[in-house]
Design a protein around this ligand. Structure first.
Ligand code: SR1
Ligand code: MG
Length: 418
């Protein structure tokens, strides 16, 4: 079937033509189709049997441009093929955290998958003040397992290089290189800062050599360190959860990059949520401290949980990289030192990436609703300033912060939990 843009009325006939969808939908005579309308890149439809909500699917189709901008920003539909590849590989490693794919239509660039109708997008729920007690445990298990099992610490040497080649994702990497690492650090037409942040204030923020060097260093790492298959867009909008389960969706930005990018993106997003809840909880008439404390704890636990789980996997499979280094008296201790040193480097890089994410989501294209959806621009500007200040310090001081606790102290100094 050659590429054709699906519209709501075409979704049901398309699904009905696929034999493999028969096991999901008994019949197609009473189906509701709803386009969710907030995809940055793609069209996404929820398709549900009105008589039985369990009979449902998500249909995602790539269009040959960036949806959020329009046809003036062309983008090949290759991203869906990479997303399907990543979903399959992640699901093979972590079946409990990744939705099942029912159908992949390469020519139509359509992927049909499990509808997580009992789960909600985490960002929207956190904005409303909902806690997810198991979220960080699940996120860190997913990160540790997927990153470890696609790294040189686990994969066969030739297989790793084959996978690096198979996952080259230059177009979506370029989006990240521009939108996360470049545009927010200069005056650029893609940026859309809160108008209450003055031009002089922004100029001062950008005319900071230490900030520029740090951003350039992080961008270089993103472009050159093919450590493991990273999700590439690992933020609160890419998790769907309820009180028991968590699913990770949307890996179209996946490629072999620095592990610290996914970890840092998560930390940065929890910090933005922490800042925003000083506003949202008060608007709801609540004392914000407990919920904000939970969000800050989440940011901290992302690092400690990831590091502990990754280290345990690595220690268990230490001989896979190369046994020669550890088979001597004292080898076990040397191996432990290497693991600690490696993870220390990932930690500092994760802080740098978290800083980039905070600056980007404050000034650049495609913000996060936590802060950007606050209609009171003065109230929002106070949070924007905190995000920029914390982002800057995380970037510039990343190598001086010895532990995640030190990073939390820094955050609390710039944005007290009051
Ligand atoms: C133009 S795409 C903008 C953003 O959408 C995705 O969710 C990524 O975060 C990307 O940077
Ligand atoms: Mg996404």
């Amino acid at each position: 079937m050659p590429y054709e843009l699906l519209t709501e009325d075409k979704v049901v006939p398309y699904l009905a033509s696929l034999p493999e969808l028969g096991r999901i939908f008994g019949s197609f005579d009473d189906i509701e189709v709803r386009e969710i309308g907030d995809g940055n890149l793609n069209f996404v439809y929820f398709v549900t049997d009105r008589k039985d909500r369990a009979r449902s699917a998500v249909v995602k189709q790539a269009v040959p441009y960036v949806r959020v901008v329009g046809e003036s920003w062309p983008l090949t539909v290759e991203r869906t093929r990479l997303e399907v590849m990543a979903l399959r590989q992640e699901r093979a490693i972590c079946p409990q955290f990744v939705p099942e794919i029912y159908h992949w239509g390469e020519e139509m660039c359509v992927v049909v998958m499990q509808n997580l109708y009992q789960h909600k997008v985490v960002r929207g729920e956190i904005i409303k003040g909902v806690k997810f007690p198991r979220l960080v445990d699940h996120l860190t298990s997913f990160l540790a397992r997927t990153l470890f099992h696609t790294s040189d610490f686990y994969l066969d040497q030739a297989e790793k290089k084959r996978q690096v080649g198979a996952y080259l994702n230059p177009e979506l990497c370029k989006i990240t290189e521009d939108l996360v690492f470049t545009d927010p650090f200069e005056e650029n037409k893609t940026n859309s800062p809160n108008p209450r942040l003055g031009a002089e204030e922004l100029e001062r923020f950008r005319a900071d050599p230490a900030l520029k060097i740090a951003a350039a260093e992080m961008k270089h790492k993103f472009m050159t360190e093919a450590e493991a298959l990273i999700h590439g867009d690992f933020h609160l909008g890419s998790y769907m959860a309820n009180q028991e389960e968590t699913y990770i969706i949307d890996p179209e930005f996946a490629y072999f990059g620095p592990m610290a990018f996914d970890v840092g993106k998560t930390i940065g997003n929890f910090l933005l949520a922490y800042l925003s809840q000083a506003y949202h909880r008060r608007q709801a008439g609540e004392d914000p401290r407990a919920f904000r404390g939970w969000l800050l704890q989440c940011a901290e636990d992302v690092w400690t949980g990831f590091a502990a789980k990754f280290e345990a996997l690595w220690a268990e499979h230490m001989e896979r990289f190369d046994r020669v280094y550890w088979s001597f008296p004292g080898g076990a201790e040397a191996a432990a030192r290497w693991r600690a040193g490696f993870l220390d480097r990932v930690f500092h890089d994760a802080l740098g990436f978290a800083g980039c994410v905070m600056v980007r989501r404050t000034l650049g294209l495609a913000k996060v609703a936590d802060i950007a959806a606050i209609a009171d621009l003065e109230a929002r500007a106070a949070l924007d300033r905190q995000a920029l200040a914390i982002g800057r310090e995380l970037l510039v001081q990343r190598d001086r912060l010895e532990s995640i606790e030190d990073a939390v102290v820094l955050v609390l100094a710039l944005a007290p939990n009051a």
